[in-house]
Ligand binder design. Sequence first.
Ligand SMILES: NC(=O)C1=CN([C@@H]2O[C@H](COP(=O)(O)OP(=O)(O)OC[C@H]3O[C@@H](n4cnc5c(N)ncnc54)[C@H](OP(=O)(O)O)[C@@H]3O)[C@@H](O)[C@H]2O)C=CC1
Ligand SMILES: O=C(O)[C@@H]1CCC=N1
Length: 290
Amino acid sequence: MERIGIIGTGSMGSMLVDALIASKALSPSQIIVTNRTHAKAEALAARHPGLIALASNVELAQEAQWLLLCIKPLEYSHVLQELQRVLTPEHLLITITSPIQLEHLQSLVPCPVARVVPSITNAACSGVSLCQFGSRITPESRERILTLFSAISHPIEVPEQYLRVSSDISSCGPAFLSYILRNMIHDAVEETGISAEAASHLAMQMVIGMGELFKKEMFSLASLEQRVCVPGGVTGEGLIALQQGIPGVFRQVYQRTHAKFAEDLELVKIQLQTVPPDSLSSPSSAGSGT
Ligand SMILES: NC(=O)C1=CN([C@@H]2O[C@H](COP(=O)(O)OP(=O)(O)OC[C@H]3O[C@@H](n4cnc5c(N)ncnc54)[C@H](OP(=O)(O)O)[C@@H]3O)[C@@H](O)[C@H]2O)C=CC1
Ligand SMILES: O=C(O)[C@@H]1CCC=N1
């Protein structure tokens, strides 16, 4: 494939670069990056000889047709204003951010747009990525996007109304489960005196083992729970405590994430009013920025 330009080499941008190279989906020389703090982009280039770190988003868009926007929602209006001068219908814009409506984004640029929401699990070429495609995406580009991201994840196409909750599970989920496990470890230490190190080791190995069981499709969540919970045994006693505390907690989690999402969508919408609707979309005025 042609070169891909990655704007933003923070947590996700750098993870995607590392994973795409590790999986051999892309070679370093197919990747160009920019980052607001240029030193971060340079560090990535140093890690992957052949990868180019540029200082300007405009220059990057002139060098690459596929642009992966790995910036945060409130950074879009600034970056889109910069890019408007150079984007052409031949570009392809992929956002990894949720609170920006795809059709709105598409209305501001002359090119096709798509969304691919990654998960930190993609760093291990595992887990899912959540995909959505704007109306200008051709079947061929759709296939190429799915092929690229299938090298580091299981891409899943999600409808707009389930984007937030899907990302809550697949992208925020690792943080939620880590928090629960940290509490499991903390309380073990407080209650019994086991060392934090020993409890952490047990917890990590347990999670890795569970992942293997699911990978091998040996259990569903319910059948695993049932298999471990020996009638009259200790697990059932422990579950009584969990049954008092856990049910309903995730309803609150989803209510909070959805409220924040709605707030961000609104803020982004207001900010994007400063980006004029695409005035470059007619091929005659699109320029030859590639
Ligand atoms: N973290 C996660 O697990 C997931 C995150 N996401 C989404 O990914 C997006 C990015 O998140 P994340 O990587 O964690 O955030 P980070 O803050 O780590 O990365 C954002 C990067 O964008 C850079 N940046 C900001 N403005 C510009 C600009 N004008 N030009 C070039 N680079 C710029 C920042 O540079 P600087 O170094 O100067 O700050 C920073 O490195 C968010 O929208 C988030 O919702 C999606 C799924 C999972
Ligand atoms: O915390 C966040 O906003 C991002 C979105 C998905 C995971 N992390």
